[in-house]
Design a protein around this ligand. Structure first.
Ligand SMILES: [Fe+2]
Ligand SMILES: [Fe+2]
Length: 283
């Protein structure tokens, strides 16, 4: 059996510290668990698309995690693929470069006994950027190379919410056209599991023979009305042959923040617009 920790959506910032105590609790709890690696599945930041300081702050926070740490970007790190939920923060080359410089790779492969985990940059699908093509070529090569292994795909956004046939673009998940292409690609290998964050809710459901695991946020509860448990926490995955056990860990003291309350019920549209309240960080 091999254990993997998945943290998601911590939404850290050196100026807006709403969720910093949750991050500390999660780090403490995660560091007591013996795991082969710790994945951090996107939305490390609040205003990563436009702030060097936030990305560097997130990089320092990741450095506190023990062992192998495998981060992936989310829309609050490098911007959304178009059309996006915030037209001022669409993924582009400078935003990718900010991630590269502070965090490092935006895709990775991690091999366990009988499993290949492939982490990809969800924000590239449908972006039209050169790196989207590079990533697709890399993914094809990794899937071909995975022969004999079961494959788990890890990315910030879910492929879809309820059904792979959803026709309308939604900021909740990948857009329909690139989703269809990605599913075609994945079907060439023994794909078993898709692990995502972004919706700030936990759900574990098999749809058309493929298991889709939503990992909850470490910052605030999902408020989108989809199915799923919006309470904050992180996931511990146990890979054991065909079986993948999932435990959601909610350390004592972890707060499932209410985003609407933090934004003062409509007074602020985005967290980054709220007056600064820096995290209290012990020296
Ligand atoms: Fe998020
Ligand atoms: Fe997100």
């Amino acid at each position: 059996m091999t254990r993997v920790i998945v943290l998601s959506d911590p939404h850290l910032s050196p100026t807006h510290g709403f969720f910093w105590p949750n991050w500390q609790l999660a780090c403490d709890a995660a560091s007591r668990i013996e795991a082969a690696c710790t994945i951090v599945n996107g939305d490390l930041c609040i205003d990563g698309p436009d702030s060097d300081a936030e990305m560097e702050f997130a990089a320092r926070a990741l450095a506190a995690l023990p062992g192998t740490v495998l981060p992936l970007p989310g829309n609050h790190d490098i911007g959304d693929e178009p059309p996006g939920q915030d037209p001022n923060q669409i993924v582009d080359e400078p935003r990718l470069t900010r991630w590269d410089n502070a965090i490092g790779a935006d895709r990775w492969r991690f091999q366990l006994d009988g499993w290949t985990l492939l982490g990809v940059n969800a924000q590239l699908f449908g972006s039209g950027l050169a790196r989207e093509t590079e990533q697709n070529d890399w993914l094809d090569a990794m899937l071909t190379d995975s022969k004999g292994d079961r494959v788990a795909l890890v990315l910030h956004k879910p492929l879809f919410v309820e059904s792979p046939d959803e026709a309308l673009p939604s900021p909740a998940c990948l857009c329909p056209a690139p989703r269809g292409e990605l599913i075609q690609r994945l079907c060439k290998a023994d794909i078993r599991l898709v692990v995502s964050g972004h919706l700030h809710a936990h759900r574990d459901r098999s749809i058309d023979g493929l298991r889709h695991l939503w990992v909850p946020s470490l910052a605030f509860s999902g408020s989108h009305g989809f199915d799923g448990d919006g309470r904050c926490g992180f996931a511990v995955l146990d890979f054991d042959g065909d079986h993948v056990g999932v435990e959601i860990v909610r350390p004592e003291g972890l707060v499932s923040h209410d985003l609407a309350a933090i934004k003062q019920h409509g007074r602020y549209r985005f967290l980054r617009e709220i007056p600064p309240s820096p995290p209290r960080i012990a020296a």
